[in-house]
Design a binder for this molecule. Sequence first.
Ligand code: HEC
Ligand code: HEC
Ligand code: HEC
Length: 123
Amino acid sequence: MRYALMVMALGVAVDATADTPKPAVVIADPAGRCVAPNDVMRRTHMDMLKHQRDRTVRQGIRGEKASLGACVDCHASKTTNSVLGAEGFCQSCHSYAAVKPDCFDCHSAKARRKDVMAGGERP
Ligand code: HEC
Ligand code: HEC
Ligand code: HEC
């Protein structure tokens, strides 16, 4: 297995202060490419997801390319299996940007493990 740890440079639209810890945007062993390039993702991922949430819940549309489960599968830490926590991909950047999406109150922050899925469970 390939452990290519890449620490990404950040272009968050927030002023860094000396006391604020930098977010840990580490993409461990990427399983594939993101749904859009980095700069697009940084700027628009919130709209992709929110827009889809409205359409999913109100109109029952599902299975499009910006699936929250797929974000988590690719971006979960290889050590905690989660996108939350101080080093978590989503939470570390959100703490830095001082945003608190409520998504993980309902949605799982854990990657759906392939061995579990292979045993019959489907996302
Ligand atoms: C197939 C795996 C995969 C999926 C699915 C995926 N990503 Fe990514 N994502 C990546 C990889 C790999 C990168 C780094 C790309 C690069 O460096 O060129 C990335 C980059 C990003 C970045 C930019 C990080 C930075 O450096 O600033 C954000 C934000 C992001 N993804 C959020 C999401 C969100 C939100 C979703 C779900 C809508 C998602 N990703 C779905 C693999 C994925
Ligand atoms: C590169 C930094 C970065 C990463 C990584 C990142 N986000 Fe964000 N996210 C932001 C910023 C900055 C905002 C606030 C944007 C604004 O207020 O306009 C935000 C806002 C959001 C929002 C809207 C929240 C609200 O209440 O308005 C959602 C939903 C969201 N992110 C989901 C995710 C998910 C899911 C992941 C992990 C797959 C993720 N983000 C990873 C920087 C990031
Ligand atoms: C109160 C519970 C709740 C909260 C909070 C919540 N969701 Fe959902 N979400 C749901 C339910 C229920 C569905 C429909 C699931 C289904 O039909 O399989 C859904 C479906 C989705 C889907 C389509 C299915 C998928 O995985 O791609 C996306 C995308 C999504 N939500 C994103 C978000 C985002 C982003 C947030 C945070 C801004 C969020 N949700 C917050 C309950 C919630």
